[in-house]
Design a protein around this ligand. Structure first.
Ligand SMILES: Nc1ncnc2c1ncn2[C@@H]1O[C@H](COP(=O)(O)OP(=O)(O)OP(=O)(O)O)[C@@H](O)[C@H]1O
Ligand SMILES: [Mg+2]
Length: 255
């Protein structure tokens, strides 16, 4: 797993933030979710503080999307409870745009009154570098552009909690790196608590304040990322953390 392009992640502050003094944005306590009697989430505890950028890793089928859906309010746990801010939005792997509405209308879809203005949509689109496509139809967007539109749609709601479920997984490597940097910048500017589900260990290290690994229904690994910004892939500390995470994920390391 290597990064072919070097991009500075300069947007975030050099000073390490102690999030324990920030208000709590997510508090999940003993959350259990079963499918066909089998627990996918098994008495899971998780706290995320406001402004904290948390990456969630875990094997396929370990329950990452299940957890995200519960935090988003799209699914309910069978046991335990999850406290989340009312203002929360999700960006999925696929952009989920309404094909019969132009891009700017997709951005403010579901909002009422002045919140649904073209001006507001345009400002959000400008933030993701897509204001020039405001009047386009979703079908005419590239994959990366469509995902930018989905991001604008999330940001225009000014979420206190941003839930991202592998939002870059379907993008090519270069677009993915640009989107990673954009997310880092936007989260720094807007300051929501962010939970990013990803399979990409390097992506997690480049972006996150804290990295979790979900295993056997619980948070089995929880580590602050103490690397200074701007971050780049590579270097002894980066590689050591990557190897630790890969070992946690059960990926054998080459000698
Ligand atoms: N609605 C459902 N009904 C039955 N089983 C489900 C349902 N949703 C999820 N599961 C099962 O729960 C387990 C966890 O699924 P989930 O989608 O949360 O995994 P994931 O960690 O997001 O995996 P991936 O990395 O592949 O996206 C899987 O075994 C899945 O088949
Ligand atoms: Mg998933």
């Amino acid at each position: 797993m290597s990064t072919a392009f070097a991009i500075d992640f300069a947007a975030r502050d050099f000073v390490e933030i102690d999030f324990s003094h920030h208000p709590v944005a997510v508090h999940a306590s003993e959350v259990t979710r079963r499918f066909s009697g089998q627990p996918v989430l098994d008495s899971l505890d998780l706290t995320i503080h406001s402004g904290e950028f948390v990456a969630l890793l875990g094997a396929s089928g370990s329950g990452k999307t299940t957890l995200l859906r519960i935090l988003a309010g799209l699914d309910a746990p069978d046991g335990g409870e999850a406290w989340v801010p009312e203002a929360r939005t999700v960006v999925f792997q696929e952009p989920r745009l309404v094909q019969s509405k132009t891009v700017w209308k997709n951005v403010v879809i579901g909002l009422a009154g002045k919140h649904a203005s073209r001006e507001r949509a345009g400002a959000a689109l400008a933030e993701v570098g897509l204001d020039h496509r405001a009047d386009a139809w979703p079908a005419t967007l590239s994959g990366g552009e469509a995902q930018r539109a989905a991001l604008a749609r999330a940001l225009v709601r000014e979420p206190k909690l941003l839930l991202l479920d592998e939002p870059f997984a379907a993008l090519d490597a270069l677009t993915r790196l640009k989107m990673q940097r954009l997310i880092g910048e936007l989260c720094q500017a807007h300051g929501p608590a962010t939970l990013l589900v990803t399979h990409d260990v390097e992506e997690a290290i480049l972006l996150a304040d804290r990295i979790l690994v979900l295993k056997e229904g619980r948070i089995a690994f929880d580590r602050r990322v103490r690397l200074p910004h701007p971050r780049r892939a590579g270097g002894a500390d980066f590689d050591a953390l990557r190897d630790t995470l890969l070992a946690e994920l059960g990926v054998p390391q080459a000698e």
